[in-house]
Write a protein that binds this ligand. Structure first.
Ligand code: GTP
Ligand code: MG
Length: 304
């Protein structure tokens, strides 16, 4: 009999939510970087194994909002928690902050939200590959279990894959008899255009520092397939990188255009790998001051 479960993946920024979903799916659907607030919208990932289908919802990292974009990202977290069967709260095995008697605000608020919604949750303690002090794990588990009756606690490493099978076993308890909602070979609901823009943004996040990457959006102007003179199919892509300041534009382009070229090459390779065909990628850079506080622009970039 077919079974399904809708599972939302929540947590503060940078804890490895997207890495975890990609690891389960066995392919990159959500972009990943070492910068917080990499994911900006909720992203669906479908994993079907035999009779069982999991529909995961990767969400933006929950954080204190500083602009309208942040607010819409936090809203996406709430939306991602609606109508699901369970949540996976992802935390780090070795958090970068001191673990006090009370939970930090992001986790405390997410747990409150689970309570409000009567949502069951599993605690995924990620990045155990970085854990030196095993006692820390015990402290974390005690602290979290006293805040919420987690259905299970699973230490894991999304990067190495350790513990992923155990997490899936635990999540099985939430699946209910129901026909599958998606084709068994479906992986995501993200349109190809969005995937392309995201792969470009990922390279920007990975290449740039400080405040520059947070103020970036990628607007896909053209995206189509054509045949070359030799009859080989090729993807033609033109995209504009939006940034917030003229100084940022200079950084993105780099000396003699070197930075932009590097970003373009890396993005093109990834796009070719994703679609399994050749691609040509042209990039432009434009400044739109304070776009993260302009609802119209946020909307036009598909971020609300
Ligand atoms: N060492 C180690 N690093 C990891 C692991 N999982 C994720 N990371 C790294 O943690 C960073 C953040 O990963 P993401 O998957 O983008 O984190 P996220 O929670 O989706 O972040 P936001 O989208 O910003 O909320 C990246 O540099 C990952 O490579 C892990 O198991 N071990
Ligand atoms: Mg993410």
């Amino acid at each position: 009999m077919e079974k399904s479960a809708f599972i939302t993946i929540i947590g503060r920024p940078n804890v490895g939510k997207s890495t975890l979903m990609n690891r389960i799916l066995g392919q990159k659907v959500a972009i990943v970087s070492d910068k917080p607030q990499t994911t900006r919208t909720k992203i669906m990932g479908v994993f079907t194994k035999g009779e069982e289908q999991f529909v995961f919802i990767d969400t933006p990292g929950f954080h204190k909002p500083r602009n309208i974009l942040d607010q819409s990202m936090n809203k996406a977290v709430g939306d991602g928690m609606a109508d699901v069967d369970a949540a996976v709260l992802v935390v780090e095995a070795a958090p970068k902050f001191e673990m006090g008697d009370t939970l930090p605000p992001a986790e405390a608020e997410l747990i409150e939200e689970c309570k409000r919604r009567h949502l069951q949750a599993v605690l995924a303690i990620n990045k155990i590959d970085l854990l030196e002090n095993k006692e820390m794990l015990l402290t974390l588990i005690t602290r979290y279990m006293s805040a919420f009756p987690f259905a299970a606690v699973v230490p894991l490493s999304a990067r190495s894959g350790d513990g992923i099978d155990i997490l899936l076993e635990e999540l099985s308890s939430f699946s209910k008899p129901s026909p599958h909602f998606f084709d068994d070979d479906a992986v995501t609901d993200q349109p190809d255009r969005v995937m392309v823009a995201e792969l470009i943004r990922e390279k920007l996040l990975r290449s740039l520092d400080q405040e520059v990457p947070h103020g970036i959006a990628v607007d896909l102007e053209r995206f189509f397939e054509r045949d070359t003179a030799e009859g080989e199919p090729i993807l033609e892509i033109e995209a504009t990188i939006i940034c917030e300041k003229a100084s940022h534009k200079g950084i993105i382009i780099g000396k003699g255009g070197a930075q932009l070229k590097k970003i373009g090459t890396a993005a093109r390779k990834d796009i070719e790998h994703f679609f399994g065909m050749r691609a040509s990628l042209k990039l432009w850079v434009k400044v739109k001051e304070d776009w993260r506080n302009r609802q119209g622009l946020i909307h036009s970039f598909g971020l609300d």
